[in-house]
Write a protein that binds this ligand. Structure first.
Ligand code: NAI
Length: 304
């Protein structure tokens, strides 16, 4: 029989084992943050070897922190000891919290959560790191959508403090307070956002990218000039193109497309042809070594 979730039976603290599904940029970052906060973390990815590669990237990052004097070698070793690879989805059984960071598409997310619900116990909390897809829609195939919530980290998850918490229509309101507390326990700053297209940050960010792309298409300025001007004169930490390269040009396009569709095709959010063409040619940004810029050893080599 199903136990329905309520505030008194949600327990989320450092003793809660955490499952992270999707070991790309975001999943690896979230897994690292969880492990540094003291959780045992199991990382699963559909692609063979991806979770192991993510653990190697985490080890590198922690080694860098030790070198810079931000972390002791003992803390590093303890963090790494808490991280493990799940070879199969069923290896996630026993986790009290699952965080999904797979591809930004509705159907794969729905299918994954339907499977996860069978693997995890009825008390487990299910969270999606989606940037833009309706939390209500992702929860649609669940028998217990009340235990489902949006938990949106920013890139890089190890450094960005802000986390949006998004309740879907079926989310138990009693889940919000424990999630806020957990977010703070992970050293982050929780902000409640409505389940509206793009939530808050990704909605406000759309015109930033779109206007940069329009300037580029009109040949007003080149990629590097636009980025430099927005950094130097605009006060932004990153210009629109270097930011798209960091986020993943294809991830950014998925977000734009999903906001465009969710706003009944409001032309303000129409994906730009330049970005679509980049994605069609496999130029996803830093992760492929080529996006709006070319990269070598993770360092930009000038506009591509
Ligand atoms: P990514 O492309 O780096 O990683 C996605 C990973 O998920 C890949 O390793 C892939 O093999 C795996 N995967 C795909 N389908 C799967 C499945 N069915 N089961 C298990 N693993 C599967 O993507 P990234 O950038 O880490 O984004 C992941 C999610 O996080 C997306 O929903 C995205 O919108 C969201 N997000 C991304 C941000 C960004 O700046 N890139 C920021 C905040 C959220």
């Amino acid at each position: 029989t199903m136990v329905s979730l309520n505030a008194s039976n949600v327990s989320l603290d450092a003793t809660t084992p955490v499952a992270v599904i999707g070991a790309g940029s975001m999943g690896a970052g979230i897994a690292q943050v969880a492990a540094q906060a003291g959780h045992a973390v199991r990382l699963f990815d559909l692609q063979a070897g991806a979770a192991a590669r993510a653990l190697a990237r985490i080890a590198d990052d922690l080694a860098g922190a030790v070198q810079r004097g931000k972390l002791t070698a003992t803390e590093r070793d303890a963090t790494l000891a808490r991280l493990s690879v799940a070879e199969q989805l069923t290896d996630l059984a026993g986790c009290g919290l699952a965080v999904e960071a797979i591809v930004e598409k509705l159907e794969p997310k729905q299918a994954l959560f339907a499977e996860l619900e069978k693997v995890l116990g009825p008390q487990a909390v299910l969270a999606t790191n989606t940037s833009s897809i309706s939390v209500t829609a992702v929860a649609q195939k669940l028998a217990q959508p009340q235990r489902f919530i949006g938990w949106h980290f920013f890139n890089p998850a190890t450094r960005m403090k802000l986390v949006e918490i998004i309740s879907g229509v079926a989310t138990d309101p009693a889940l919000v307070a424990p999630m806020q507390a957990l977010t703070r326990a992970w050293g982050k700053v929780p902000v409640l956002a409505p389940n509206a297209p793009g939530f808050i940050v990704n909605r406000v960010a759309r015109p930033y990218y779109a206007e940069g792309l329009r300037l580029l298409a009109e040949r007003v300025a080149d990629v590097a000039s636009i980025d430099t001007l927005l950094r130097q004169a605009g006060g932004f930490v990153m210009g629109p193109f270097e930011l798209m390269d960091l986020i993943g040009v294809e991830v950014n396009l998925s977000v734009t497309t999903s906001v465009f569709e969710a706003t009944a095709f409001d032309p303000r959010y129409a994906p730009h042809l330049i970005q679509q063409e980049l994605v069609r040619s496999g130029r996803f940004g830093r992760k492929t070594g080529h996006g709006f810029y070319r990269y070598e050893g993770g360092k930009p080599q000038g506009a591509a």
